[in-house]
Design a protein around this ligand. Structure first.
Ligand SMILES: Cc1cc2nc3c(=O)[nH]c(=O)nc-3n(C[C@H](O)[C@H](O)[C@H](O)COP(=O)(O)O)c2cc1C
Length: 365
């Protein structure tokens, strides 16, 4: 098996990666009161030592009281949490790796009365968790503008601490995606209406991050067609709609698009084998990250239903990478069960890889 397509360096401005592998962001809940502990640093250091080119951290919360419903998910604000993150950055850098935080707000998915600030009102574009399911009030324009500033603040902290860039979580039906999605955004102001108008929140966030962090700080934007509220949901149905959606985001300053699919080999539109990352690269001309069941025979949502997954070969991945369909590939669960997955693949030791089992999700390191 010739894996060289995975092991050519990647360069974008100041961002220099040793290879094409990315650790996918994976929430863990091992940061009591939002503070990443030394174990968190150790967990990421292990993956850097295991050869991962770029680590994207688990979702970490912007400074907004309704950003999460879980007190063990890490904060990305406050002296203590940021000091914890600084240790993570240093640990990864000392192992020769690169790392970006994924900045996150769950929006309407937060159950009222939960999280570190239970009294806070949950936040979302129109108070809708899914179509016609209104559970609370819509955000005011001033509140939306405040959230834009909160994302920019988090990105600016990431730069100060020494992260190699930032990933904005715009996928999977969380806050930014709730703005994108017509089922959850029925606003009539500048943040609602057409798909491009519904993208305004994300566009303003990207521009604000760019302004705060400067031209040479890499901005990765993660997005998905599917939502946790509806796996069959789609933001765009044709390459033309996709282009209409992506152009303003690309122009706003996204450097790399991270296109989340549950199975990377699935083609996006009829008549072509290209996947979502392939189309996004073709349309924007920007580098893209693909993701979804690399090295495994089951997609990741089954793992939340208690199921494991067997090791699968990566021939189809290598074929796509050889064709330069996308630039980078994110690996999720395979890196939970095998911190050294990348080095093992490089060394041809695929037969030594462990399958993914449910208990890897709860495992500390
Ligand atoms: C335990 C777990 C936690 C996850 N948490 C996040 C997250 O915080 N942010 C995010 O964008 N995706 C999250 N995901 C999705 C992964 O980033 C990835 O897209 C998905 O697992 C598919 O990759 P895989 O099949 O290689 O595991 C999570 C997945 C798992 C398994």
């Amino acid at each position: 098996m010739n894996t060289s397509a995975l092991f050519t360096p990647f360069e974008l401005g100041k961002l220099k990666l040793a290879n094409r592998t990315v650790m996918a962001p994976m929430t863990r809940g091992f940061s009591p009161n939002g503070i990443p502990t030394d174990d968190v640093a150790e967990y990421y250091r292990k993956r850097a030592e295991g050869g991962v080119g770029l680590i994207i951290t688990e979702g970490t919360l912007i400074n907004h009281p309704a950003a999460t419903d879980n007190t063990s998910y890490p904060s990305f604000f406050g002296e203590e949490a940021l000091a914890g993150w600084k240790k993570v950055v240093d640990a990864v850098h000392s192992a020769g790796g690169k790392i970006m935080p994924q900045i996150w707000h769950v929006g309407a998915v937060r159950r009222p009365g939960t999280g570190p600030f239970p009294e806070a009102l949950s936040a979302s574009p129109s108070g809708l968790v899914s179509k016609d399911k209104k559970v609370f009030e819509a955000l005011s324009i001033e509140e939306v503008e405040g959230l834009v500033a909160d994302y920019a603040e988090a990105a600016s902290e990431a730069k100060k601490i020494g992260f190699d860039g930032v990933e904005i979580h715009g996928a999977h039906g969380y806050l930014i995606d709730q703005f994108f999605w017509a089922d959850t955004n029925v606003r009539t102001d500048r943040y609602g209406g057409s798909l491009v108008a519904r993208s305004q929140f994300a566009i303003e966030i990207v521009k604000a991050v760019r302004e705060r962090c400067g031209d040479d700080f890499p901005i990765v934007f993660r997005w998905s067609q599917w939502k946790q509220q509806d796996y069959d949901a789609r933001l765009t149905n044709t390459p033309e709609e996709l282009a209409e959606f992506l152009k303003p985001l690309s122009d706003a300053g996204v450097d790399i698009f991270h296109c989340s699919q549950r199975r990377f080999w699935e083609s996006e539109f009829e008549g072509s084998d290209m996947n979502l990352a392939g189309w996004t690269k073709k349309i924007t001309g920007k580098p893209t990250i693909s993701v979804g069941s690399v090295g495994l025979n089951q997609e990741f949502l089954t793992s939340f239903r208690g199921e494991g997954a067997e090791v699968a070969n990566i021939d189809n991945l290598l074929e796509k990478m050889n064709n330069h369909e996308f630039d980078l590939i994110a690996i999720g669960r395979s890196l939970l069960s095998n911190p050294d997955w990348v080095n093992k693949v490089r060394d041809g030791l695929i037969d030594q890889l462990k399958p993914f089992t449910q208990d890897h999700i709860g495992r500390l390191l």
